[in-house]
Design a protein around this ligand. Structure first.
Ligand code: FE2
Length: 554
């Protein structure tokens, strides 16, 4: 971080080593990172070197005059900002343990339905190497509104330490300014079926299980769906997730969305001529749903190359008068590229095994334009999709405010909601964020599973565009507290002793565990590192190495 600039390297090394030994190291070994950004909310997550009970996020438009205090008392913090304005640039910084991070900015999501979206996507990047850093820097230069991460986010085993060294350290600048919405790769599943992935990321939980493994969200007029392909291809135990539950979620979700553009992303590719080839379970279990509900684009990774299919239908190319689904492999995020061993099949429009890069996508009205941006700035591939959109709805009239009683608690937790619309004759529909909906201006809902839920109220009235507003509810398991909700959430009552750090997410560093199920179908990562439990270096040395690399890169 910038605050290390004034320190020479030798004293810095001594400070780090002493700090880890004494528990008084730099307060923020991980830069703040953005998660679950929406039209009126954002989560700012950060990790401290030691317990700290007075951390807060200061934020505002053009200043940092507002403050949201973290309720966490340990090293792991995630502060939820609420009441934000859509499509607005916010400045923020973190105060913790006497330190203040440099101010950064991020942009909130536009109002759902807004017909202009810019996002980036890539997978197979989590090596901690130079190619990953180049891809991240290139992506940040393009300033997408959100970053869709296609899996294998932290090689080789997705351990707690590897998430720091291979994701948060090399991509710190990007993740502090662009919210990442991820899907898990097979390498994340090497360690305890992706538990460190779940511990380190804060993702939507709008499925019936309240699970972060798969989810959906709107950004403007694009509906995104993240599927955990590990749950479909035999890498997850049934207690974690199942193919049947995911298919039920995907079908219900795609049937319900009103957004005109639908983008689905997961790790194992339905169509690929790369080293791993096509994953037929993903193709045949989910392809019919994509076709039935008009999915426009499917983004995957796993193979360390780029490939774009023709519009596909079932196991073949679609006919000229049929509407097929294009499938992409965008696996050049940083891991060692793999050469194609076979000639290009007829269904493959374009493929490349020589360039790292990311997919840059702009969706404006009824046109989606995408290009594969190489780390040298060149464009490897570009294409566009078009569709007819209905006339835009009239602009929203009036205002909609929501309040929640008892915004946090222990499962099963009952939360009460009130929606107040300024316009008469308005009807209100609630989506509680766990797959359950209800109607009415005043409603109650029981959350049965731990998680952080975004409840969305949609107010509709005759002749006017719908209004939406959200609020956040945090539900913990028995005997645990969830890190840091913002102080704007009223009625917080975690039921935990505030003097006892009881975070459910493990702290850095941790010892990787060997999973009962070994992904082991490939060996990926920079330099060809193999999938399997990794060798842990001391956390202080890893952090020092990262800081030295950062100083050299300046
Ligand atoms: Fe993979």
């Amino acid at each position: 971080m910038d605050r290390t600039k004034s320190l020479s390297l030798a004293p810095l090394a001594a400070l780090l080593v002493m700090g880890f030994a004494s528990g008084t190291a730099l307060a923020l070994p991980r830069d703040p990172y953005l998660q679950r950004v929406g039209p009126d909310t954002a989560t700012v997550a950060f990790r401290l070197a030691s317990n700290c009970s007075a951390a807060q996020v200061r934020y505002g438009v053009g200043n940092t005059s507002a403050a949201a205090r973290s309720t966490a008392t340990s090293r792991i913090h995630a502060v939820v900002l609420t009441g934000l304005t859509p499509a607005t640039t916010y400045t923020y910084s973190v105060d913790a343990c006497g330190e203040t991070t440099p101010a950064k900015t991020f942009v909130t999501a536009p109002v759902p339905g807004t017909r202009r979206v810019h996002f980036a996507a890539v997978g197979d990047f989590g090596t901690g190497g130079s190619d990953q850093r180049k891809v991240a820097a290139s992506m940040l230069t393009n300033k997408p509104e959100l970053f869709v991460a296609l899996g294998d986010n932290a090689y080789a085993s997705g351990t707690e330490t590897e998430f720091q060294t291979n994701l948060f350290t090399p991509m710190a600048a990007l993740l502090a300014q662009v919210p990442m919405f991820a899907t898990p790769g097979n390498h994340e599943y090497v360690t305890n079926e992706a538990q460190p992935y779940l511990d380190n990321l804060y993702l939507p939980t709008n499925n019936a299980e309240g699970s972060e493994r798969y989810y959906s969200f709107d950004w403007g007029h694009v509906h995104f769906v993240s599927i955990d392909s590990n749950c479909a291809v035999g890498l997850a135990s049934a207690s974690k997730c199942t193919l049947a539950a995911q298919k039920a979620f995907v079908e219900k979700d795609l049937a319900a969305t009103t957004q005109p553009w639908k983008v689905v992303f997961f790790h194992h590719p339905s169509w690929s001529s790369g080293e791993h080839g096509s994953q037929l379970t993903m193709r045949r279990q989910f392809g019919p749903l994509f076709e039935k509900y008009g999915v426009d684009l499917v983004l995957t990774g796993h193979d360390h190359n780029y490939e774009r299919s023709k519009p596909m239908l079932g196991d073949a190319e679609s006919g000229k008068s049929e509407r097929g689904v294009p499938y992409l492999v965008v696996g050049g995020g940083g891991a060692t590229l793999r050469k194609f061993a076979t000639s290009r099949p007829s269904w493959s429009v374009m493929r490349d095994d020589a360039a790292h890069g990311f997919l840059d996508v702009e969706v404006v009205e009824g046109t989606l334009t995408a290009k594969l941006v190489k780390t040298n700035g060149g464009t490897l591939d570009s294409f566009s999709l078009t569709k007819e959109l209905p006339a835009p709805p009239p602009p929203p009239q009036g205002t909609l405010n929501v309040t929640v009683g008892s915004a946090s608690g222990t499962a099963p937790h009952t939360a009460s909601f009130v929606a107040t619309a300024s316009q008469a004759g308005t009807s209100v529909t609630w989506d509680f964020g766990d797959g359950v909906t209800a109607q009415g201006a005043q409603v109650e809902h029981v959350y049965t599973q731990p998680g952080t839920y975004t409840a969305t109220a949609t107010a509709t009235s005759q002749g006017a565009a719908p209004l939406t507003a959200t609020t956040v509810v945090t539900v913990t398991g028995s005997g645990t507290t969830d890190p840091g909700t913002g102080e704007e959430d009223p009625g917080t009552d975690t039921g935990a002793d505030p003097g006892t750090p009881t975070n459910p997410r493990p702290e850095l560093p941790s010892t990787p565990s060997t999973p009962g199920i070994t992904p082991g179908e490939d060996s990926e990562g920079g330099g060809g590192c193999a999938a399997g439990p990794g060798v842990l270096l001391p956390a202080a040395a890893l952090l020092l190495a990262g800081l030295i690399r950062r100083r050299r890169s300046r």
